[in-house]
Design a protein around this ligand. Structure first.
Ligand SMILES: Cc1cc2nc3c(=O)[nH]c(=O)nc-3n(C[C@H](O)[C@H](O)[C@H](O)COP(=O)(O)O)c2cc1C
Length: 175
């Protein structure tokens, strides 16, 4: 795989919210989580743990946590990325975000679709559903499955509006 293929791979990831009912094997899920372990973290503290959610009752409860978690109800499984705020009090959220992106990219490499579902407004509800202790925060929830849609690329801000040179405010477009 040349660098152009790698760039194309990154450009073709999309959030997938519709999934086929086909199961995803445990072996494949574990291969993906094995890659997630390689994400960078502050001091290499790796403050993450992963919960694979396949039980329909638990999955359904998580799919109803708020108005935008619905895609989990249509997915064969979810993965919750749990951060330990005692292991890495300053960085656990960004560390876990890195692990989450690794999961999303590894899943994309295997042809699986994922969408990140917000958890940080409903931490206590999710802790209750999953039996998490207070120091374990659900940083991300991913719906995972074989894609049943081909979403078009969402628009992004232009570089000229978000890149500054040397000092904030010295935007690329003024350069
Ligand atoms: C922190 C975070 C929270 C998100 N929460 C939700 C969510 O609750 N429900 C949802 O359908 N998508 C959610 N998304 C997915 C975004 O809507 C999506 O990444 C964005 O629209 C860009 O689309 P793309 O991923 O296809 O490029 C979330 C993404 C992130 C990073």
């Amino acid at each position: 795989m040349g660098y152009e293929d790698c760039i194309e791979f990154l450009k073709t990831r999309r959030s997938v919210r519709r999934f086929k009912s086909d199961p995803v094997s445990d072996e494949l899920i574990l291969k993906i989580l094995d890659i997630a372990r390689l994400a960078p973290s502050a001091g290499n503290r790796q403050p993450w743990e992963f919960i694979i959610v396949k039980d329909p009752g638990v999955k359904e409860k998580l799919a109803r946590v708020h108005a935008w978690t619905g895609p989990l109800g249509r997915a064969p499984l979810g993965i919750v990325v749990v951060g330990d705020k005692e292991v890495s009090p300053v960085s656990y959220q960004v560390d876990c975000a890195n692990a989450t992106m690794y999961i999303m990219l590894a899943a994309h490499a295997y042809g699986l679709g994922t969408v990140w579902l917000q958890t940080l407004r409903n931490v206590e509800d999710i802790q209750r559903i999953l039996g998490l202790p207070e120091n374990k925060v659900p940083v991300a929830l991913l719906a995972v499955g074989w894609p049943d849609e081909k979403p078009v690329a969402k628009s992004r801000k232009e570089l000229k509006d978000i890149v500054h040179v040397d000092r904030y405010g010295n935007l690329l477009k003024k350069w």
